[in-house]
Write a protein that binds this ligand. Structure first.
Ligand code: GLU
Length: 496
């Protein structure tokens, strides 16, 4: 099963009911990988039949999120394709026709029950500690009479007529066979009173008409899987293969994440929404690497994957059915690995927007020079600004206490800075090759430790206590500016 040779047709079928979260990203990714691996098609289908939960911005966020992750689809609402439309709200007639087919073949029936009565029945069933279910009132109606009531314009829905005897066995490719008593499967609504298909009908019909071969969906659909199987069989179709993927749990591993908790995460520089990761300084490559492993593995040790690796290595036999706790330190780990594997040009291009956003007009030539100095020192792209913003400033203003060498007075520190200045002034250029040796010699002559003197210089030249390597940084800043900044530090020390 791991080496499928034939091209698949797979679909990512999100409901545009809110922001695109990591679980959707992972779902889209698995579909994409399988399609690319087998040379098949990846279809995007927007399941927008629930008008009450529709969020207008959600569809665009999905497109943006998938583009950012690098998951291009072959067929979808925006790109079209031979099996469209790909937005369920535009397929209303198709669901109505199919509901009618099930009615005509005796697998479904019209139901006229008023919502208020159904609610009363539900309450009573709950009081009796029964699983709430439809009580079957309209199941027994004469089909001709029901059709006449519909023709007369009476408000109605369509329900699936589940067999009351026997059992149904379905196969989840991750968990194996599951058998349920048919009597436990409710006569669910498949067509609403507004004529829109419910997921149970719409998704099964679309998967068939769109020739879907493999379905990845969330494990929350497992309880209605037998119903779906019965619907597919009632049409006389062959079901696709179903994979019910594990859910994501919050970092503590206890339960799913609430909206409030998600908002709190953002304050700490994390999120569960795909698009936020861009702003937080994560690479899409790292997010892909991170989420692919939440529910799937290649073997028991390989961790670093590029998209190309994944297309080659993705398999259908290594899904993990247990829920995965979101682990943000893993994401940081992957982000570091992927940042380090970028070319200098690529990393320069990725950090540039963060400088611009911070109001720093970072030019490409200089960015390219500082990338080698920071590539191994940043965990997220935005950290490049904190680490290297000083390269682009005209002046830096170190806190004067950072200039005072530990164990020395301000006046003594100023004296040390003056000696440094003398040595550096004597050099036609300042870089590792020219400056390091004479500066170390000076440290020795002064009877100080390198950390003491270089700490002062670092603060003077970069304005911060943590920076890329000192002499490399000086080389980028340039001799004139370096000398100027040290002179300024001396003045600051003398003014203390
Ligand atoms: N629209 C459904 C959801 O968002 C899709 C489930 C499926 O992939 O079949 O949960």
């Amino acid at each position: 099963m791991s080496n499928i040779e034939t091209p698949v047709r797979v679909r990512f079928a999100p409901s545009p009911t809110g922001r695109m979260h990591l679980g959707s990203g992972r779902m889209a990714l698995y579909n994409y990988l399988l399609a690319r691996k087998t040379g098949g098609q990846f279809i995007l289908r927007v399941e927008d039949t629930d008008q009450r939960r529709y969020v207008p911005t959600a569809e665009q966020e999905l497109y943006d999120g998938m583009h950012w992750l690098g998951l291009q689809w072959d067929e979808g609402p925006d790109v079209g394709g031979p099996y469209g439309p790909y937005r369920q709200s535009e397929r209303k007639e198709i669901y109505q026709q199919h509901a009618k087919m099930l009615i005509d073949s005796g697998h479904a029936y019209y139901c006229f029950c008023a919502p208020e009565r159904l609610e009363r029945v539900r309450q009573e069933q709950m009081k009796r500690k029964e699983q709430p279910h439809y009580d079957g009132t309209c199941r027994a109606l004469d089909p001709a009479e029901a059709a006449a009531r519909v023709a007369a314009g009476e408000r109605h829905v369509v329900r699936f007529k589940t067999p009351k005897e026997g059992t149904t066995t379905v196969v989840d490719e991750i968990r194996g066979a599951i058998t349920v008593q048919n009597s436990s499967i409710d006569d669910q609504i498949i067509l609403r009173s507004d004529g829109l298909g419910v997921y149970h009908l719409a998704a099964m019909v679309d998967d068939h008409l769109m020739k879907i071969t493999h379905v990845f969906r969330g494990s929350e659909w497992l309880p209605s899987f037998p119903l779906h199987h019965l619907i597919i069989r009632a049409f006389g179709w062959e079901p696709p293969k179903f994979y019910h993927l594990s859910v994501f749990l919050k970092p503590s591993g206890k339960g799913k994440m609430s909206k409030r908790e998600a908002a709190d995460l953002m304050k700490d520089g994390f999120s569960i929404f795909v698009k936020d990761f861009e702003e937080l300084g994560y690479l899409p490559e790292a997010v892909v690497n991170w989420i692919v492993l939440m529910g799937w593995s290649y073997d028991d040790h390989t961790e670093f994957f590029t998209m190309q690796d994944l297309i080659e290595k993705f398999s259908l036999d290594r899904f993990n059915p247990s829920p995965a706790a979101i682990n943000f330190s893993k994401l940081d780990h992957f982000n570091g690995l992927h940042i380090r594997s970028l070319s200098h040009e690529d990393l320069a291009r990725r950090i540039k927007p963060f400088f611009l956003k911070a109001g720093i007009q970072a030019d490409d030539a200089r960015l390219l020079r500082i990338v080698p100095l920071i590539q191994h020192r940043i965990g997220t792209l935005d950290e490049a600004v904190d680490m290297a913003g000083f390269f682009f400033r005209d002046e830096v203003t170190p806190p004067v206490e950072d200039l005072v060498i530990q164990g020395l007075s301000a006046a003594q520190s100023a004296q040390v800075a003056r000696r440094c200045l003398e040595v550096l002034k004597g050099l036609p250029e300042i870089n590792v090759e020219t400056a390091e040796e004479p500066m170390r010699a000076l440290v020795e002559a002064l009877g100080l430790k390198p950390g003491q003197v270089f700490g002062l210089l670092r603060s003077a030249v970069t304005g911060q206590r943590v920076s890329p390597p000192l002499f490399e940084s000086m080389a980028v800043i340039g001799r004139e500016k370096v000398l100027e900044r040290i002179e300024r530090a001396i003045r600051l020390l003398e003014g203390m």
